[in-house]
Design a binder for this molecule. Sequence first.
Ligand code: ATP
Ligand code: MG
Length: 440
Amino acid sequence: MSKTPQAIRGTQDIFGAEAEAFAHVVETFERVRRLYRFRRVEMPVFERTEVFARSLGETTDVVSKEMYSFEDRGGESLTLRPEFTAGIARAYLTDGWRQYAPLKLATDGPIFRYERPQKGRYRQFHQIDAEVIGAAEPQADVELLAMADQLLKELGIADGVTLQLNTLGDGDSREAWRAALVDYFAAHRAELSEDSQDRLERNPLRILDSKDPRDRAFVADAPKIDDYLSGEAQNFFGAVTAGLDAAGVAWTREPSLVRGLDYYRHTAFEFVTDRLGAQGTVIGGGRYDGLMESLGGPATPAVGWAAGIERLAMLVGHGRKDRTDFVLIPIGAEAEAYCSGLIAILRRKGLFCDMAFRGNAKKRLQKADAAGAKAVLIVGEDELRSGKIAVKHLQSGDQALRDRLQIENPNHGAAYTEACLLHGLGGIKYSQGGEDFQAE
Ligand code: ATP
Ligand code: MG
């Protein structure tokens, strides 16, 4: 027999509890982005290579080492997206989205980077992403950060995740700081890592981002942006921090925080945790006022963030179980046909149901138990004949016969039907349409 091909290194087949946690992150993000009135976009997975090369800058790690680029059959150089922002910026310019500015957008999906795979670091991973385009106001930064903060809170993982905040200043502040960093690091050139010696010429800010201990030794005493900030840049940062304080978003100042990409100005931030080992950054972002110009567009202020869904899902943990209300257990061919109809009715009413049709009764009850169902609905020959359904509440073990007709009444909604079935079983209380169902 021929050998089965293996999955590609750095990709994942996400299943089971991990998949539940993953879906929970995406669903929570979807709800929060609606609360904040961000509009949903769906973006292409690939773009012309120059979209990323020009936006991110040729000297960045992502462009120089991590992109999945290939020539298509027409000889064009294309790249699987290594981030969302550049493609969204391209669309903003090519699709006339300027008319909607300030435009709040959100999306999620797969991202591709050729990295060394390890826990929390993959070659295909997934991000959720939020951007505010065409807004120079610090309120946009505040809103985005408050949204990220609320997402973490609603996921129940805000404790142990810290918002680290910095400003890179405006263009002039950043240039002055950059010059000071070059002077400082040049004096220690020989002691820096090879990568950072290279960065010294090409992008000295990125030395501050280095994880190499040889570089870390010098980062603490490196020149600080605060000494180079213009009055305007100081005011901007002050407005952002005041807004965060007003919104009750906790933050800490991290003066050596820079982001890996060229296009950042003013606000730069990361949400970090020590609960994920070396891969501790869960959300990263900032203001990218220079990006649109590098794509040939007009100066367009914008700010955004992206979060790794896998890292958020790891923090959420694997304790989540999807909701199951009822598991149907038909005994015999006639009951199976009946239950196919009944389960369709229950699902149309909005109840979360499954059917256990294989194995002996004990096996099927175990399946219902493992799914965390509230109750099983058992239909055998006796029940079919008498027009009843046997309802067994799994927690209390209580059992009762219920009227089929009542359950199937199309005028009754999910809560009413559920109450009909569970009335008197297992301490569940319902109120629907003015009627109370109080279990004893
Ligand atoms: P890191 O410092 O971990 O490499 P980054 O600065 O490259 O992160 P960003 O480009 O800001 O990351 O991407 C935003 C988020 O996407 C990160 O905070 C992280 O949660 C996630 N992420 C980035 N790269 C990977 C990867 N290879 N695998 C899984 N998640 C990733
Ligand atoms: Mg990276």
